[in-house]
Design a protein around this ligand. Sequence first.
Ligand SMILES: [Zn+2]
Length: 360
Amino acid sequence: MKPLIGHAVARRRIARAIANGQLPQVTLITGPEGVGKQRLALWMAQLLLCEAPSQEPCGQCRACRLVLGLAHADLHWIIPIPRPKAGEPDKQMEEAAESIAEALEERRKAPLYSPPDGMSAHSMATARLISRRAALTPVEGRKKVFIIGEADRLVAQESSPEAANALLKLFEEPPADTYFVLTTADPGKLLPTIRSRAVPLRVGRLSDAEVREFLATQFEPAPTGAELNRLAARANGSIGAVLSDTGEGQRSRTAAAAWLESVLAGSGAAAERALAQAPWSARGEFTDLLDAVAETLGDAAREASGLQGVDPVPSALTGRDAAGLLAAQALVAEAREAAQGNVNPQLLLAVLGGDLAEVL
Ligand SMILES: [Zn+2]
C-alpha cells in the first residue's frame, strides 16, 4: 500500500490507546471522502498486529509486511461489492468472499483506488461472512482486525436492514481478540444502532503541503509546476478528489464520450474503433466504462434540464431532450446489470449502442 499521509493527531491518539490497552473494540473513523480513512484503518490494523509496535508500526516485521501487502490472515478488509447472485445463503457467502478477494487483489495492484460504484454494498452475505470469520481464532498472532469500509453501505436499501442487524450482536459483544474499524464519510447514513456501538474518531482534510507531497511522491507520472498546482487546488485536502480527476476514471469517461459520439453518428465502424481505445481488458474495467457512459448521459440530462453538468458534455449529446437521455441512462443500467453475468462485452455494447440510438 501507499504510505499513510497526515492525520498525525489521530495516529497519536490511536497509538496511545493501543499502548495503554484502551483501544475500543469498535471504532468508527469519520471524515471527508478521499482523505485516507481506510488507509488510516490499515495503519491501525498494522499497529495492532505489529510484532514490535511503538508510536508507529515498525514496518519491518513479518506482520507489518503482510498487512502492507494485504496478505495478513488476521486482517479482514471488507469492502462493498455487487449483490451476490447465488440463491442459497452459503453459496452467497462464498460468492461475497470471492468478490471481496478479487477487489482486494485490484487494490493490491493499484493502491490508489476509486470508490466502489453506487450499486455495491455490504449485503446480508457479507454480514454472515464477517460473523463467520469473527468466530475463528486468529491465524498468525493473537488478534484479528476487521476493517469495514464505507460502513454506511450496510443498508443498501432502507427497507432491508438485515445485513446490519446481523452484525449488531457482534459489535455489542465482540470476541476478546477482535477489533472492528468502520469507516464512513457520511455517519448520518449509518444505522443509529451501529453508530451507538462504535467509538467515533473524526479525521479532517489533509493540509495543502501533505497533498502536494503525496502527489509529488506517489503519483506516476509525478505532476509538477502548473499541473501540480491545479491538482492540489482540485484536491481541497482530499487525495480521492484528485483520483476522480485523473487516471482510470478519466480514461473511462474519455472512452465513454468517444463511444457515445460514434454510436450517435450511426457509425458502427467508428464505435468499434472507439472501443479499441477503451481500458476494459478486465471485467471491472468494462463495468467502469458502462458507469462512465451512464454518468455522461446523466450530465447531459442535467444540462438539458437547465442545471449545471458536472463534466463537459460531448457535443453529440447537447441539445437533446432530458426524457430521452434519462431513458438511455436506464438502458445502460440494464446493460450494467447484464454485464455482471457471463455475457460477451462486445456483443452487449453492440446491442446497447443500437438501443441508445433509438431512444436518443
Ligand atoms: Zn511491525
